[in-house]
Design a protein around this ligand. Structure first.
Ligand code: NAD
Length: 349
């Protein structure tokens, strides 16, 4: 029998908890990758997994990603993630979120949860009735940190794109810079609007045609096909939809000098970081450029600052990226590897 320690994605995780609630049928995994910098923080994913192994893999990978993201955002938080194993119809039985809240509470604050795929703010409100170790709750005062993390993530990505354009193309503004945006939902839509205000030229693609058409009307963007967006000749490709979009095949077809977007885990494998570097493309490591949302959620939980403080910290995302790119240039190492090394150092590993 292979144990959790033998799995490929096990990376010195401090603990992996398996929970079951007989009343609601809830099954959940909470993985704590690191509490070196503080309580392990990361959202809860509600997802139907084809088998248990993929759920475990997801929890292991996502919790490690959260350690890296929180560390690089300068937050006093470690990394963790919960996955709830949903049925095929993703039914949330009555009492399920409350049962999950009790599971979170049983860890005594070593894990702090928030929303992720399949989990709403209302679900987190249910969780918060059982535990105080929760974030991503509705805000009562507009000046408070917290609320929808999307706009903060968009702002970080927009600032990151501007920094990349300066670093790679030597241009001080994004006016007339052509950006190909894949996915124009909460984050991608926000990025496109901010770029449009600065006079950038936009091409956009989204499986939700209505999203794309509405945004095109608003920003003057050109709507292009789903297969076209990653091969377009442009200055920047900005992935804001799915993970793992950068693989051997897609990297070979990229026609841009810069890749910078919010999607989590953009590189399909670690080797793809080397591939993109070998093509001379400037890559913004996703967990650094997309950390605006976690900065907001993190400060909300820590009670450590208002929305102005969130904005101040989001404005520092480009500094971190520039540090990574400069080291990447100096040592001729992929930016993804440089970022991972920096994060590991912060995690005391
Ligand atoms: P969202 O669901 O609001 O938007 C995603 C958009 O991508 C949708 O409009 C969807 O139709 C589109 N899409 C899906 N598959 C596509 C495809 N194959 N081609 C083109 N478009 C496609 O999600 P979001 O909150 O904007 O998040 C976008 C990405 O950023 C995700 O990978 C998410 O994990 C990551 N992210 C989000 C945040 C945040 O604060 N919301 C923070 C960090 C990272």
């Amino acid at each position: 029998m292979s144990a959790i320690w033998d799995l490929r994605d096990f990376d010195g995780h401090e603990a992996v908890h398996f929970f079951h609630d007989s009343q609601t049928g809830l099954r959940a995994i909470i993985a704590l990758h690191s509490t070196h910098l503080g309580p392990a923080a990361g959202g809860t994913r509600f997802w139907h997994y084809e088998n248990r192994e993929t759920a475990v893999t997801d929890a292991l990978r996502l919790s490690r990603g959260m350690s890296f993201k929180n560390a690089m955002a300068g937050l006093p938080l470690g990394g963790g993630k919960a996955v709830i194993l949903a049925d095929r119809n993703r039914t949330k039985a009555a009492g399920m979120m409350a049962a999950f809240g009790r599971m979170v509470d049983s860890l005594g604050g070593r894990y702090v949860t928030a929303e992720d795929v399949g989990i709403s703010t209302a679900d987190m409100v249910e969780v918060s009735k059982q535990t105080k170790y929760v974030s991503g709750l509705p805000i009562s005062d507009q000046g408070d940190a917290g609320g929808d993390p999307g706009p903060f993530t968009s702002m970080g990505v927009y600032l990151g794109i501007k920094a990349a354009v300066k670093h790679k193309l030597g241009r001080d503004s994004v006016e007339d810079v052509h950006v190909a945006v894949q996915g124009v939902g909460s984050v991608g839509g926000g990025v496109a609007r901010l770029l449009a205000k600065d006079g950038a030229r936009l091409s956009i693609a989204d499986i939700n045609r209505e999203h794309a058409n509405n945004l095109a009307k608003e920003t003057g963007a050109a709507v292009v096909g789903l297969d076209e967006i990653m091969r377009l000749e442009a200055d920047v490709f900005s992935p804001n939809a799915l993970g793992a979009v950068l693989d051997k095949v897609s990297i070979a077809h990229l026609n841009v000098p810069i890749v910078a977007g919010a999607a989590n885990n953009q590189l399909a494998t670690p080797e793809d970081g080397q591939r993109i570097f070998d093509r001379g493309i400037l890559f913004a490591p996703d967990y650094v450029i997309n950390s605006g949302g976690i900065i907001s959620v993190g400060l909300e939980y820590l009670g450590d600052g208002d929305v102005d403080e969130v904005n101040r910290r989001v404005a520092k995302i480009p500094e971190r990226l520039i540090e990574i790119w400069q080291e990447s240039d100096a040592r001729q190492l992929p930016s993804a590897e440089v970022a991972d090394n920096m994060a590991q150092t912060l995690l005391g590993r």
